[in-house]
Design a protein around this ligand. Structure first.
Ligand code: BTN
Length: 239
């Protein structure tokens, strides 16, 4: 296993995607600061210098690549486990790729692939966790939180990083043996359960109620008596 740390980089995920050939499976890259950190839908991932944990993990193991559709929510469970062990309360997992505490986002996950002609050669799991930030932009301040805000004290980002990396390594061994063993944690801490979200069903935007998460990681929702199983691309959140 190889770990690299930068004081500053454009994006830990871009770095691993661009260099996936030279790095081994499970290479872990972190940075104090990113000049081009990004999240889902190409949104900017904001993080002040040295306040938070920003990292990416390279996956080249074919067995894990085949579990592509599970790895976002699986990573949320890894983060959930470490936060729970630190005694953070009221943690929930927001399908498909966020970790929330007390209704506020504490971590976001972006799973990207390196693929050519339809074949996936590598995956990059990119994670941002708000660790010691105590103030956020006006746009974010009511929507996000950090580990230090929840615990009431700052923590060592380096120690936290090692805990997260170790938990990823342990959990990767688990998912290789039993693909769905992490799903119980998702289901019992499902942020969206019984909430309403907008879904694209038969080309119509419909308000649906979230029931559960299926074994194939799709979201089970209902509209009246009808049930649908939806992929994340079919959902927009109105929370
Ligand atoms: C999201 O919530 O939309 C996902 C955010 C993922 C951000 C992390 S920070 C480390 C890694 N590098 C990036 O450019 N993005 C991910």
């Amino acid at each position: 296993m190889k770990e690299y740390h930068f004081e500053k980089i454009d994006s830990t995920s871009n770095y691993l995607k661009n260099n996936y050939e030279i790095f081994e499976n499970m290479t872990f890259v972190s940075s104090d600061f990113q000049t081009n950190g990004h999240g889902r839908y190409n949104r900017v991932w904001e993080s002040k210098d040295k306040e938070n944990l920003l990292f990416s993990i390279l996956i080249k193991d074919k067995d894990l690549i085949s579990k592509y559709s599970s790895l976002s929510i699986f990573s949320a469970v890894v983060i959930y486990n470490v936060l729970r062990d630190l005694n953070v309360k009221n943690i929930s997992i927001k399908w498909p790729n966020d970790v929330y505490v007390n209704d506020k986002k504490i971590s976001g996950i972006l799973l990207e692939s390196v693929s050519f002609s339809g074949q996936i050669f590598a995956l990059v799991i990119g994670v941002g966790i708000n660790v010691n930030s105590s103030s956020f932009s006006d746009e974010l301040k009511d929507k996000v939180t950090s580990v230090s805000l929840e615990l009431g004290n700052t923590i060592s980002i380096n120690d936290f990083k090692q805990k997260i990396y170790n938990e990823f390594l342990v959990m990767f061994e688990g998912i290789k043996k039993d693909s769905n063993y992490y799903l119980d944690i998702v289901r019992s801490n499902n942020y969206l359960k019984d909430k309403e979200v907008y879904a694209n069903i038969e080309n119509q935007k419909v308000l649906v109620k979230v029931i559960d998460i299926n074994d194939d990681n799709t979201l089970k929702v209902s509209v009246g008596k009808k049930e649908y199983n939806l992929y994340s691309s079919e959902i927009t959140f109105n929370l």
